[in-house]
Design a protein around this ligand. Structure first.
Ligand code: MG
Length: 367
């Protein structure tokens, strides 16, 4: 692959409404936008999805920025690569830091697909005509939750994901079930249930689609034990931060579902491999969201066209979070279906004016 230079921008945007989880509330969202150019003017787009502080995973915007600028880009430009999958080996001297690696991997995959003159989903084996979308609701109280759920239902979402925590679970989930009996409900615990196993077991009769990440990311044994006790499928999210973690989760029977996030596992190459592993072992897989901007959303849509993505992912419309996204066209959801973007690569372009408005710092990396 012919690569010439990279430009990356640190951006900051305010969410339309604050997003609440058991770990914290997000009101401002920082991000990193990576533009990777070849000598012919084609540009691949990647996005760093770490948050400003390490509440969700260890990485932050600041650590990603340093990793990309000081380690990953110098390795990328060190000598030519022939295919995006070469990156995994190229970056093997950098431990961890999957979100930083994913930002570069996304840009390389997008550029590669553009150089091939194909949509990214075609390059990675996508077969689905549409991606399936659900919506995640982070609510501050029950009224807020029911209102947001009603909006989501009106917009045609087939699945609602709700953030729960001990003391805020059975009552709101029952209220949702009673009010919206036909919508699938997924409860995401963001690791809040260590020491609250009884509270979790009490949710088993609700007919939830799944319960996501009740315990700590590294606690595969406890997840396996609760999965043995519960009929409700357990889904792992934060635990799946590498291909090896997915292999262990499957081997230990810690879950029946995996929430796959390109950023958290280190990029498109590894996400696709985890997808293949899930298909082989009949683990359901869906694509998670990171309150991200349009570049990462477009990558999520491309990934969600792989054959194993049979349940709705967190592909909510851009205008759910942002007054104006940094890419065009914006992601639209119609009755829970996302039409793939047209065009080569991920199929979106930067909205340069909007990007400039929200850019805090910009760096250029020359070969
Ligand atoms: Mg989650």
């Amino acid at each position: 692959m012919n690569l010439s230079n990279a430009v990356f921008s640190r951006i900051n945007m305010t969410l339309k409404t604050p997003f609440h989880t058991s770990l914290g509330t997000v009101t401002e969202r920082e991000g990193l936008v990576l533009e990777l150019f070849d000598g012919n003017g084609a540009c691949g787009l990647g996005e760093g999805v770490a948050f400003s502080s390490p509440w969700y995973t260890e990485e932050t915007v600041e650590t990603s920025l340093e990793m990309i600028r000081e380690h990953l880009l110098p390795l990328l430009f060190q000598e030519p690569i022939t295919h995006p999958e070469d990156l995994e080996k190229r970056f093997s001297s950098v431990r961890g830091n999957p979100m930083a690696k994913a930002a570069v991997d996304m840009a390389v995959w997008d550029l590669y697909a553009k150089q091939q003159g194909k949509p990214l989903s075609d390059c990675i084996g996508g077969t689905r005509s549409h991606a399936l979308a659900g919506v995640a609701i982070g609510s501050k109280n029950l009224d807020d939750l029911l209102n947001q759920a009603e909006q989501a239902q009106k917009q045609g979402y087939q699945r609602i994901k709700v953030k729960i925590r001990p003391g805020y679970d059975l009552v709101p989930l029952k209220a949702l079930k009673d009010r919206f009996p036909d919508i699938q409900i997924l409860a995401d615990a963001n690791s809040a249930y260590h020491g609250y196993t009884k509270d979790l077991l009490a949710l088993d009769d609700l007919g939830l689609q799944m319960i996501e990440q009740p315990f700590s990311p590294d606690d595969l044994a406890r997840h396996a034990a609760i999965q043995r006790e519960m009929n409700t499928p357990i889904c792992l999210d934060e635990s799946i931060n590498s291909y090896g973690a997915a292999v262990n989760a499957v081997e230990f029977k810690s879950c029946r579902v995996i929430n796959l996030k390109i950023g958290r596992v280190g990029g498109v190459t590894i996400a696709r491999r985890i997808h293949d592993l899930c298909m082989k072992h009949e683990i359901q897989v869906w694509c998670g969201g990171m309150l991200e901007f349009g570049i990462s959303r477009a990558h999520n849509v491309s990934l969600s066209l792989l054959p194993g993505f049979t349940i709705p992912g967190d592909l909510s419309a851009s205008n759910r979070y942002w007054t104006e996204d940094i890419t065009t066209p914006e992601l639209l959801v119609d009755k829970g279906l996302v039409e793939p973007f047209k065009g080569n690569g991920i199929g979106v372009k930067l909205n340069r004016r909007r990007l400039n408005e929200v850019t805090v710092e910009r760096f250029e990396y020359q070969k």
